[in-house]
Write a protein that binds this ligand. Structure first.
Ligand SMILES: NC(=O)c1ccc[n+]([C@@H]2O[C@H](COP(=O)([O-])OP(=O)(O)OC[C@H]3O[C@@H](n4cnc5c(N)ncnc54)[C@H](OP(=O)(O)O)[C@@H]3O)[C@@H](O)[C@H]2O)c1
Length: 249
C-alpha cells in the first residue's frame, strides 16, 4: 500500500517503541515523516535506521519553544501537515500517598500539556481535512494500582479527542485516540524495572490478556495508519483500543 505518498506526517516521540514503529510504517507508505525526541543520540540513530524520508527535530514536547521550532522547520520545507500523531508520553509508578509534585508535573507536562500544544500549535499548518491521532492508553478507562497520575493524563487525552472534533468541525479535521494495551517497548521495560524483573512482570501480565500475549509496536502502528487514512474517513473522536482485549473484559 502507498496511502501516504507525498503526505507530510509528524510523529512526536518517534525515536522509540510505538512512535518509531509508526514513523517506519508511514515512511514505508511514501510519507515525508518528521519525528521528535529529547535525546539527540537516540534521535540520530532512529533517523539513520528509518532512512531518507524521515527527518528528526530534537525537542521536548512539554516545552512550547521546542514545539515552535519543530513547526518552523515544517513551515519552511512544506508549509503544511497532513497527519499529526501526538504520541510522546510516559509515566512512573507511585501509589496515592507517595505521589510527588515533581512526578505530577513531569507526567502532566508531557502527556497533557505537551499533547495540547503539539496539536494547537499545529493548527495553522494542518490542512483542512487533516487527521490527528492522539496516543492515549487502556489506562484512560481502567484503574491500575500506583498508576493514577499517568492514567489521569490518558483520560484527559481521550477527552481531548471528543472535544476537539467539535472545535475543529469547520475544518473537517478528524481527531481520534489510539489506546494501546501492554506493548513491548523500551518505555514498558523501564517501567517494569528492566531485565529479568520486567520479563517476569510481562509474562505474568500476558496471562491476563485475552489474546494471551503482549502487543508489538508495529500492531499499534498499523492501527494508527488506519485511523489517519481515508479508510477511516467517517471515524471521528473514537478511542481505538489495540490491547489484545485487555480493556474489554
Ligand atoms: N508501551 C506500552 O505498553 C504503552 C501502552 C499504552 C500507551 N502507551 C503510550 O504510547 C506512547 C509511546 O510509548 P512507548 O511505550 O513507545 O514509549 P518509549 O519506548 O519510551 O518511547 C517514548 C518516545 O517518546 C519520546 N518522549 C518522551 N517524552 C518526551 C517529551 N517530553 N518530548 C518529546 N519526546 C518525548 C521518547 O524519546 P526521549 O526519551 O528521547 O524524549 C521516545 O521517542 C506514550 O504516550 C505511552 O504513554 C504505551
Amino acid at each position: 500500500m502507498n496511502r501516504y505518498s507525498n503526505k507530510v506526517v509528524v510523529v512526536t516521540g518517534g525515536t522509540s517503541g510505538i512512535g518509531l514503529a509508526t514513523a517506519k510504517a508511514f515512511a514505508s507508505e511514501g510519507a515525508q515523516v518528521y519525528i521528535t525526541g529529547r535525546r539527540q543520540e537516540t534521535l540520530d540513530s532512529a533517523v539513520k535506521s528509518l532512512g531518507g524520508s524521515v527527518t528528526g527535530v530534537r525537542g521536548d514536547m512539554s516545552q512550547l519553544a521546542d514545539i515552535d521550532r519543530l513547526y518552523d522547520v515544517i513551515q519552511q520545507r512544506h508549509g503544511q501537515i497532513d497527519v499529526l500523531v501526538a504520541n510522546a508520553g510516559g509515566g512512573d509508578f507511585a501509589p496515592l500517598g507517595e505521589i510527588t509534585e515533581q512526578q505530577y508535573e513531569e507526567t502532566f507536562n508531557t502527556n497533557v500539556k505537551g499533547v495540547l500544544f503539539t496539536v494547537q500549535k499545529a493548527l495553522p499548518l494542518l490542512k483542512d481535512g487533516a487527521s490527528v491521532v492522539l496516543t492515549a492508553s487502556t489506562t484512560s478507562v481502567k484503574g491500575t494500582p500506583a498508576f493514577s497520575v499517568y492514567s489521569a493524563t490518558k483520560a484527559a487525552v481521550r477527552n481531548f479527542a471528543r472535544s476537539w472534533i467539535l472545535d475543529l468541525k469547520p475544518r473537517r479535521i478528524r481527531v481520534n485516540a489510539i489506546s494501546p494495551g501492554l506493548t513491548e517497548t523500551a518505555g514498558l521495560n523501564t517501567l517494569f524495572g528492566g531485565g529479568e524483573q520486567a520479563e517476569g512482570t510481562k509474562n505474568w501480565l500476558s496471562e491476563q490478556v485475552p489474546s494471551g500475549r503482549i502487543g508489538q509496536p508495529g500492531e499499534v502502528a498499523s492501527a494508527i495508519l488506519f485511523l489517519a487514512s481515508d479508510d477511516a474517513s467517517y471515524i471521528n473522536g473514537v478511542e481505538l483500543f489495540v490491547d489484545g482485549g485487555l480493556a474489554q473484559i
